[in-house]
Ligand binder design. Structure first.
Ligand code: SF4
Ligand code: SF4
Length: 171
C-alpha cells in the first residue's frame, strides 16, 4: 500500500467528504426533516443513548485543525467538555468501544456542530426521515468509511476507529 503524507491524506479526506456530502444533499436530504426548523435541534447529537460516533486518527487530526482556529478560551472549554464526556460515559480505547454511547461534546447550543466542515461520516449521513425507504443506503456510509480507513492505513499504518472524544483527547 503506497504511503501518504499527512497533508496529502487530509486533502484526500476533504475531497472524499465533500463528494459524499454532495451526494447525500442532492439525492437524499431534501426528503428529510429540515434541521434549521427542527424543534429539538441537536437531539441527534446529544442523545446519550444513541450517539456512538467513531473516527480514525486522520479525522481526529482534521477536526483538531478546525478547533485550533477557534479562540483559546473556546478551545479550553471544548477540551474540558471532551474530557468530561470521556469520564461521564466511561469511554475507552479498548474492548467493545461501539457498545458505549455519549452526548457529543462538539455540539454547541445556538451554533450546532462546531466542526461541520469535517464532521464524521455517520453525522453527514444522519437526518430525520419520515419514510424508511428515503434513507440513504447503509452501503454508502460503509463504502466511504472503508476509503477513509484506507487513507488512515496509508498515513499511519493502522485502521483503528475510536469514539470521537477518545481520539480527540489522544491527539
Ligand atoms: S437530524 Fe433530526 S433531530 Fe437532528 S437537528 Fe436535524 S431534524 Fe432535528
Ligand atoms: S460531530 Fe458534530 S454532527 Fe457529529 S455528533 Fe458531534 S456535534 Fe453532532
Amino acid at each position: 500500500m503506497k504511503p501518504l503524507t499527512e497533508n496529502e491524506a487530509i486533502r484526500r479526506l476533504e475531497n472524499l467528504k465533500t463528494r459524499y456530502r454532495q451526494n447525500i444533499t442532492e439525492n437524499y436530504e431534501h426528503r428529510a426533516k429540515n434541521c434549521l426548523t427542527c424543534e429539538t435541534q441537536g437531539a441527534c447529537c446529544l442523545d446519550a443513548h444513541f450517539v456512538n460516533v467513531h473516527i480514525t486518527k486522520l479525522e481526529a487530526i482534521a477536526i483538531k485543525k478546525v478547533l485550533a482556529e477557534m479562540n483559546v478560551a473556546k478551545q479550553i472549554e471544548i477540551n474540558q467538555r471532551i474530557a468530561e464526556t470521556i469520564e461521564k460515559y466511561n469511554l475507552t480505547d479498548s474492548g467493545d468501544t461501539f457498545a458505549r454511547t455519549f452526548a457529543c461534546p462538539l455540539f454547541e447550543k445556538g451554533i450546532g456542530c462546531l466542526v461541520h466542515s469535517v464532521k464524521p461520516v455517520p453525522c453527514i449521513q444522519h437526518a430525520c426521515y419520515e419514510f424508511q425507504e428515503d434513507l440513504p443506503p447503509d452501503e454508502l456510509q460503509t463504502e466511504t468509511e472503508r476509503k477513509i480507513e484506507r487513507l488512515n492505513q496509508q498515513t499511519y499504518g493502522n485502521s483503528k476507529w475510536l469514539p470521537l472524544p477518545v481520539y480527540l483527547k489522544k491527539i
